[in-house]
Design a protein around this ligand. Structure first.
Ligand code: GDP
Length: 467
């Protein structure tokens, strides 16, 4: 290791200790003085302490990022990420371009799920994963798509250059059997038996490499599928470049997605723009070197969000297109112009350095998945105001306790190393809520005491595709 690496490593260890000294001392002092303090004094004390804790945390994070640069593995990370991506993209091309379409085994999906763009992209992704798992070429039926009557290929490249016809000698509905040339797959909500190839499964033959490279292998894997599926047609490429130019999209930049209209109160809670901006500010505070402008790309289905943010945060450069947001309202949503808008917004969000959004929205989850294709590992480039990342309709896959936990207050549950925990959510306050399958208890536990193990499943190994 370099001397810089060793110095940083020691410094991080010391500074964790310093952070503890500080918090311990401040709380001990507060215990003695709190009764004598006025409301204003107490507020000031707490504000100052929080600022100081933030400074400690910021310094630790910056040092850990420096440690990553100093450890000498940066080149390896880039190379490994590229090799893995190239390998799976080769396999996808092989699967999707059979020599003889008349004999090819096929899986057919319809692009007709009654939901939004992100949800439909995830629907096709699930179909693609089942196709990859069953070694069948994915054919999508998409004419009459609610976003564009001409279907998928009005905006994205065809999934195959040799085989797009759903016709075959024999047909069956999922699961069918290997004697049938064509199998039709229903939407994930209705599929039975559940395919083991759907998320959170990742191919076992890649799992070890992915676990080493990436903080969230499932997101990487889904991102690779999106990279293949969402290859834009030439005119869409041009639209994207024009949009970047017109809006002044430049790095460094943080992406915010604010989902409003039909989602609020039904599937997600309302979050004020201020809540998003707190996270943006924290990102920029930790960024080195300090950028000259704090630039934000803001996408929403409500144009008022963009105008409000610009009025309230004049110290930021907030770019975004209220006209696109206008086309995203439920009344106008299923139209060609709305389709252009959501493709632009998702693409630009995915190209940001950091994402602030609600993972309850599939728009932001798609952007986060695509973001993974631009970095060796971008798993931590987000702040979600609500859910942890998940894949809609995913097979159950519990987290695993890596540290024991004894409940300290009402509502907490016990953990023993190895316990399997179904996690319902991270409260982003140090605690998560979940169900311990060993004790059948539901409650809170410290989030850092569990890990999300990779779900490696045997997929075909595609031996004909060079490694
Ligand atoms: P979810 O409902 O938020 O989980 O995501 P979906 O993608 O399934 O459905 C929401 C739909 O609303 C999107 O597909 C868009 O058509 C529209 N929409 C939501 N947010 C935005 C946004 O930020 N920009 C644009 N252009 N459209 C949006």
């Amino acid at each position: 290791p370099s001397s810089e690496y060793e110095e940083l490593r020691r410094r991080i260890r010391n500074n964790v200790q310093e952070t503890w000294y500080y918090i311990n001392a401040e709380l001990s002092k507060l215990r003695k003085t709190i009764d004598k303090l006025s409301y204003e004094q107490r507020e000031k004390k707490i504000q100052d302490t929080l600022k100081n804790v933030w400074d400690h945390k910021r310094s630790l994070i910056i040092d850990i990022d420096r440690l990553m640069k100093a450890d000498g593995y940066d080149e390896w990370r880039k190379k490994e990420a590229k090799e893995l991506s190239d390998l799976v993209q080769r396999r996808f091309r092989y699967l999707q371009n059979p020599n003889d379409c008349n004999k090819a085994r096929k899986l057919v999906c319809s692009l007709n799920k009654g939901c939004g763009f992100g949800c439909q992209i995830h629907h096709i992704t699930y179909c693609f994963l089942v196709a990859y798992g069953t070694e069948r070429t994915l054919i999508i039926r998409s004419k009459g798509w609610r976003y564009h009557k001409d279907g998928w290929e009005s905006v994205f490249k065809p999934l195959s250059e040799t085989c797009v016809s759903p016709i075959g000698a024999s047909h069956a509905n999922w699961p069918g059997d290997s004697s049938k040339q064509v199998i039709s797959l229903p939407i994930v909500d209705n599929v039975y038996p559940k395919p083991r190839f759907q998320p959170p499964s990742v191919p076992a033959d890649l799992a070890a490499r992915l676990e080493k490279l990436h903080g969230h292998p499932l997101v990487w894997w889904v991102g690779q599928v999106l990279k293949y599926l969402m290859r834009p047609q030439e005119h869409v490429k041009k639209t994207l470049n024009d949009a970047k130019e017109r809006l002044g999209f430049k790095k460094p930049i943080v992406g915010i997605h604010v989902r409003r209209t039909d989602k609020v109160g039904t599937e997600a809670a309302y979050h004020d723009i201020d809540e998003y901006m707190v996270k943006v500010e924290q990102y920029f505070d930790e960024l080195e070197p300090k950028p000259e402008v704090r630039r934000v790309f803001l996408a929403s289905d409500d144009p008022k969000v963009i105008t409000t943010a610009r009025n309230r945060y004049s110290n930021y450069e907030i770019i975004g297109d209220p006209e696109i947001a206008e086309t995203a309202s439920v009344a106008k949503r299923y139209s060609d112009s709305s389709l252009q808008g959501i493709i632009i917004d998702i693409h630009l969000l995915s190209e940001c350095d950091y994402l602030v959004c609600t993972f309850s929205s599939q728009v932001c989850r798609v952007a986060y998945e695509l973001m993974q294709t631009y970095y060796p590992d971008a798993y931590n480039r987000f702040a979600s105001l609500d859910d942890i990342y998940y894949y809609g309709g995913q097979n159950p896959h519990p987290h695993q306790a890596i540290l024991d936990h004894k409940p300290r207050k009402e509502g907490e549950i016990e953990l023993k190393v190895g316990d399997l925990i179904e996690v319902f959510g991270n409260h982003w306050d140090g605690y998560s809520k979940g169900y311990n399958t060993r004790t059948s208890m539901t409650g809170l536990f410290p989030s850092f005491k569990v890990k999300n193990p990779v779900d490696a499943v045997d997929f075909p190994k595609y031996p004909h595709v060079p490694l």
